[in-house]
Design a protein around this ligand. Structure first.
Ligand code: CU
Ligand code: ZN
Length: 221
């Protein structure tokens, strides 16, 4: 009887030990699974980062190439009246091959010729327009007419207003540019009270300033 009981007891104990061992094994396996999952999770963000990086470098590549297409081909100056003046209008500058075509439409003028130039500064803050400085002259040349070889880059000659006070001018210029030290971008445009005689130094004796504008980059057409 005693022997039978001790055998039963050992069997029970063995069973209990085996159950504990099984549980321990199961727990170990569970932990391993978790670890593996954690590892793959850890790997995934890296992979995502790699994709992000690839996209970024792709964007950077595009940005580097972009400036070549950003060539400026058109600019505009909107001229506002100076104090006591009614003169206003627009002047557009369009790249045509190596030249720049100037198209001016100005109103509020007295009939006859009015000097107009590109001035050094795109600053129309002074009531009389004097903040725009003198004629734009990056090559230190004498004042002249638009067709002269020796002239200020800014010397565009005269606008001729009709009886209605309106002037329309189209002129294709070889000295104006949108790039380099002869770039007219950001410079000022002035329309004067009197005619430019194309001779008097350094202003052409064109008198007061009736309208002022700044040359800005315009959308290509
Ligand atoms: Cu001027
Ligand atoms: Zn000049």
């Amino acid at each position: 009887m005693k022997k039978w009981f001790s055998v039963m007891l050992s069997l029970l104990m063995l069973g209990a030990i085996m159950t504990v061992a099984d549980q321990a094994m199961a727990q170990k396996k569970e932990k391993e699974k978790e670890k593996a999952a954690a590892k793959t999770e850890a790997k995934e963000p890296k992979a995502a980062k790699k994709v992000e990086k690839a996209e970024k470098s792709d964007k950077a590549g595009k940005a580097e190439k972009a400036p070549a297409k950003m060539e400026i081909t058109r600019a505009i100056a909107v001229l506002h009246p100076t104090e006591g003046s009614q003169v206003r209008g627009t002047i557009t500058f369009t790249q045509v091959g190596k030249d720049i075509k100037v198209v001016a439409d100005i109103e509020g003028l007295t009939p006859g010729n009015h000097g107009f130039h590109i001035h050094e500064f795109g600053d129309c803050s002074a009531k009389d327009g004097t903040s725009a400085g003198g004629h734009f002259n990056p090559g230190t040349m004498p004042h002249g007419g638009p067709a002269d070889t020796q002239r200020h880059v800014g010397d565009l000659g005269n606008l001729e207003a009709g009886a209605d006070g309106k002037a329309h001018l189209e002129w294709t210029d070889t000295k104006l540019s949108f790039t380099g030290n002869q770039s007219i971008l950001g410079r000022g445009v002035i329309v004067h009270a009197n005619a430019d005689d194309l001779k008097t130094q350094p202003t052409g004796n064109a008198g007061g300033r009736l309208a002022c504008g700044v040359i800005g980059v315009a959308k290509a057409q």
